[in-house]
Design a protein around this ligand. Structure first.
Ligand code: 5RP
Length: 224
């Protein structure tokens, strides 16, 4: 199976999971990216189970609406039983790097509200140590250089993702060269840099259930 087929496999596994575990009439949290897109498509046959979805990006909102799932403002929603999203890397402790699609801040907000964060990924995303994938950091535009200097002081090599403006009107710095052995500590350090909106490290709020698609099918890893 190629990577796209593995993404399809986990997307369907996640749709089966929400069909079995999400309470009828609930609001679903839905992420962003190619794997999340396949998950949205797989929701079409079970869409009547949900009153709507909270989405982590404008792109996912459009896709949800195109299949007839209403997109709700998070400010009108108090409970999200399950949030399903992809990732760029996930380690054995279920900490993740996200934000390859520049949607990290809204993803973090939806994940914070959700009771359960189900992450879907093909096997290439599972790594022993996070950091080979450059860590995305969303930054207020006027603070770009100041934040870049602070990230260099932490040992990273930030590169501006030129031409990309997030749904929140900000810019992205991708931080190369990090070996993230303590994801919780690094997330706190980066989030405290003035001008940073958030980093793509999902460590304090990590994944609850990881569905990994590999040649032998879908493997499940849960938080212990
Ligand atoms: C978007 C994300 C995505 O979940 C992540 O980039 C994985 O994307 P894909 O499923 O296309 O590999 O964090 O901001």
């Amino acid at each position: 199976m190629n990577q796209d087929q593995l993404k399809q496999l986990v997307a369907q596994a996640a749709a089966d999971y929400v069909a079995a575990h999400a309470p009828a009439g609930c609001v679903l949290g839905v992420g962003t990216g190619s794997t999340a897109n396949l998950f949205i498509d797989a929701l079409a046959p079970i869409k009547s189970r949900f009153v709507g979805a909270v989405s982590s990006s404008e792109a996912s909102s459009r896709r949800l609406e195109s299949i007839g799932i209403p997109v709700l403002d998070l400010n009108t929603v108090s409970e999200i039983p399950i949030y399903v999203d992809g990732a760029d890397e996930v380690d054995g402790g279920l900490h993740a790097i996200k934000g390859g699609g520049a949607a990290l801040t809204r993803e973090k907000i939806v994940a914070a509200v959700a009771r359960e964060f189900v992450c879907i990924a093909d096997a290439s995303k599972k790594v022993p140590v996070l950091g080979k994938f450059p860590l995305p950091v969303e930054v207020i535009p006027m603070a770009r250089e100041q934040v870049a200097r602070a990230l260099r002081a932490l040992g990273g090599e930030p590169r501006w993702r030129e031409g990309v403006i997030t749904d929140n009107g900000n810019v992205i710095l991708d931080v190369h060269g990090l070996a993230i052995v303590d994801p919780v500590a690094l997330e706190s350090e980066i989030d405290h840099i003035t001008g940073v909106v958030t980093s793509g490290l999902f460590a304090r709020r990590r994944v609850d259930l990881l569905l990994i698609g590999g040649p032998d099918g879908v493997e499940r890893l849960s938080r212990t």
